[in-house]
Design a protein around this ligand. Structure first.
Ligand SMILES: [Zn+2]
Length: 378
């Protein structure tokens, strides 16, 4: 099995270049990296030995000996990314080119999560004709608190699975396992292959049934001292305000969760809705009561975004989760409201982006996390 290792800078750049450009010769690499051929050769040989890259043929040149083309070994090593949600488990198989080879979904079964995960591994191996040695790692995204080192899915207010350690599963499968919080992994995915690819620092706000954030600083996700960084849903914004799921009052989540938006909307609308899709289907900004509900919602969101800018001064704040699907409906209004909260302390505009990976972000983030130790993407 391929073991995680610390890559030297040259190896990391070679892998990055092959991912970006496709196959290259050692001469191309030496030229682009501005290093000597022997240095390239030493590093390439190491990667060849590990099987992370391979020789795929020769380059077509007019004169002299044709140089060997090398490329990432896309068909040998893979990472499994899994996103556990309340009703479904979303999973994918990603290759070293960061491409999705398989993407599927299954319902939880009565057998429990560990059995379901074993089954997913089997399905992916069978479907792609692979062996366990081909899998670098399995990474799990969980909507709640995790303890990464202990592989512990600790507690999630919106999910029925808690205090579950995956340590035994790791031993049983003989495959490395990682666990991570869903907003954090979604933030990581956006920063590697999504909307914040070009930025070093970004804050991803996940708006679903709960509110959470992923904090990316210098392209790494920040977990905090007790692994609770990004729990912004429970920052109090109104003293003695609305009751939150956590038992406290006035938390951001009590105002910004999709459930709370739907409740506020139904309180004023003659036509009742059950979910966000239905809400935006009938939302009519010319109806004052409806517009005021959305306005109040976006005011709380603007406060949260502004606070994120003031704490971290990131390149951008990303709206993620279900709400990101409604960029068209909320972006203009939100930016208008944001201008009211300008404080003049930040040098640049407070850039707001919307997730491009949508509901797949956490699953992709998990798969990318699994490749991180082998390829060092950041
Ligand atoms: Zn709370």
């Amino acid at each position: 099995m391929l073991k995680s290792k610390k890559r030297n800078n040259h190896e990391r750049i070679i892998l990055g270049m092959l991912r970006e450009n496709g196959s290259m010769t050692k001469y191309d690499l030496a030229d682009k990296m501005n290093i000597s051929i022997p240095t390239v050769t030493t590093n390439v040989n190491r990667l060849l030995e590990e099987g992370v890259i391979e020789e795929i043929g020769v380059a077509d040149v007019e004169y002299g000996r044709k140089p060997i083309l090398i490329d990432i070994n896309y068909n040998r090593y893979f990472s499994i990314g899994i996103d556990i949600q309340e009703h479904s488990i979303y999973y994918c198989l990603m290759n070293l080119k960061l491409e999705m080879v398989t993407e599927e979904r299954m319902e939880h079964t009565k057998k429990g999560l560990c059995e379901d995960l074993k089954n997913i591994v089997k399905i992916l191996l069978d479907k792609n004709n692979l062996k366990r040695e081909n899998i670098i790692s399995i990474s799990i995204s969980y909507p709640g608190f995790v303890e990464e080192e202990k592989l512990l899915l600790k507690k999630g207010p919106n999910i029925n699975i808690s205090n579950l350690s995956l340590e035994n599963l790791r031993k049983e499968l003989g495959i490395e396992i990682y666990v991570g919080n869903e907003a954090r992994l979604a933030a990581f995915a956006e920063s590697i292959i999504g909307v914040s690819k070009e930025y070093l620092n970004s804050i991803y706000i996940s708006i679903k049934e709960g509110i959470g954030a992923g904090i990316i600083l210098d392209k790494k996700y920040y977990i905090g001292t007790s692994e609770a960084a990004g729990e912004i849903g429970h920052m109090v914004v109104t003293k003695d305000g609305k009751l939150c799921n956590c038992g406290n009052r006035g938390c951001v989540e009590a105002y910004l969760s999709i459930k709370s938006l739907i409740e506020s909307f139904n309180a004023v609308s003659t036509q009742k809705v059950n979910n966000l899709d239905e809400l935006f289907e009938i939302y009519d900004e010319s109806i004052l009561e409806q517009r005021l509900v959305i306005k109040e919602y976006l005011e709380y969101l603007a406060v949260l975004i502004n606070n994120a800018f003031l704490i971290f001064d990131p390149d951008c704040v990303i709206i993620g989760g279900k709400m990101s699907e409604y960029q068209e409906k909320i972006e203009g209004f939100l930016k208008e409201i944001m201008t009211e909260y300008a404080c003049g302390m930040l040098k640049t505009d407070r850039k707001i982006e919307f997730s491009v990976l949508g509901y797949k972000a956490s699953k992709f983030g998990a798969a990318l996390r699994g490749l991180e130790d082998i390829t060092q993407l950041t």
